[in-house]
Structure formats: C-alpha cells, structure tokens
Design a protein around this ligand. Structure first.
Ligand SMILES: CC[C@@H](C(=O)O)C(=O)SCCNC(=O)CCNC(=O)[C@H](O)C(C)(C)COP(=O)(O)OP(=O)(O)OC[C@H]1O[C@@H](n2cnc3c(N)ncnc32)[C@H](O)[C@@H]1OP(=O)(O)O
Ligand SMILES: [Co+2]
Length: 134
C-alpha cells in the first residue's frame, strides 16, 4: 500500500524567515509561498531531489497547526506524507485495522492538487501521517 515519501513537513512561526534559512543557509531552491485557506496554512516547498520539505505557517483563526506551534514555539517536524496508489482503498484498509482517519474521512485536495488524508499521530508512533494519491 505505502508508496514513496512525498514530503516531510515542518511547522514554523515565520514562513519567510524559515524559507530564508533553507534558501540562504542551506542553499536550497525554495518555491513561492502558496496560501491554502481551506487547510489553514501557507506553504512553501523545497525539492531535495529524492523528496520535498514542506514548510507550514498558520493561516487564519482555526489553523490545524496553531496548537502544535504553541507547544513548539520555534517550530518542529509536523508530519510525513506518503504516496498511495488508491487513497480510498488505503483509507478503507486503515479504518478496518482500527486507525483513525482525521476529519470526516473523505479525502480533500492538497497542495499538489491531489486528494489527501491525515491519520492520527497516536496511531502511528507519535507521527502525524498524510497520505496523498500518487
Ligand atoms: C497544505 C495541504 C496539505 C498538503 O497537501 O501537504 C498539508 O500538509 S496541510 C497540514 C496541516 N493540516 C493538518 O495537520 C490536518 C490534520 N491535523 C489535525 O487534524 C490536527 O492537527 C491533529 C493532528 C488532530 C491535532 O489536533 P489538535 O486539536 O491540535 O489536538 P491536540 O493538540 O490536542 O493533539 C492531540 C495529541 O496529538 C499530538 N499531536 C498533535 N499534532 C501532532 C503532530 N503533528 N505530530 C505528533 N503529535 C501530534 C498532541 O501532542 C497531543 O498529544 P498529547 O499531548 O499526548 O495528548
Ligand atoms: Co503536507
């Protein structure tokens, strides 16, 4: 079921400052910022060749990363995203095994224009997992 690692996400309090660390200190190519109000975040992506880093900053009052940043004020690793060939088959298999799919269980369109789902971190070794349709 599990495909390649699509991205590792890092939640940050200041996206422009975080992007500058990757661009100027680490010498990475950083994408333009993309506001995703339906997800409550603004993102930039850094392509490392074998995968991507997603930097996330809260957007709006009900951002899902606000509580995380309150606990980790300078930022921290927020989730890993794996590709799956069939996201509905993956969801059904995971739910049948007892894993909690977050939200209403229906995939939403993510930052790459593809359906995504999130799995509860308490069911996956303390790590929030995002699945993206390949
Ligand atoms: C840009 C679109 C998309 C993409 O295409 O790439 C994105 O990546 S959007 C990214 C942001 N979206 C989401 O994170 C959506 C899913 N997240 C959620 O539904 C919630 O954030 C959550 C995971 C259910 C947490 O909800 P919250 O209300 O913040 O609950 P708590 O703070 O009470 O947390 C409960 C429990 O879980 C621990 N936790 C929370 N977040 C993480 C995390 N990222 N990694 C590991 N553990 C996490 C938290 O510490 C609590 O544990 P205890 O303190 O032990 O109870
Ligand atoms: Co993500």
């Amino acid at each position: 079921m599990l495909g390649r690692l699509n991205h590792v996400a890092i939640a940050v309090p200041d996206l422009q400052a975080a992007a500058a660390v990757y661009r100027d200190t680490l010498g990475a190519r950083v994408s333009a910022a993309q506001a995703l109000p339906e997800h409550g975040v603004t993102v930039v992506f850094i392509d490392t060749g074998n995968t991507k880093i997603e930097l996330l900053e809260p957007l709006g009052e009900a951002s899902p990363i606000t509580a995380f940043l309150e606990k980790n004020p300078s930022g921290g690793m927020h989730h890993v995203c794996y590709e799956v060939d069939d996201i509905l088959a993956a969801r059904d298999r995971l739910q049948a095994s007892g894993a909690r799919v977050l939200g209403d269980g229906n995939p939403r369109i993510g930052a790459h224009g593809k359906p995504v789902l999130f799995l509860h971190p308490k069911d996956f070794l303390g790590t929030l997992v995002e699945l993206e349709q390949a």
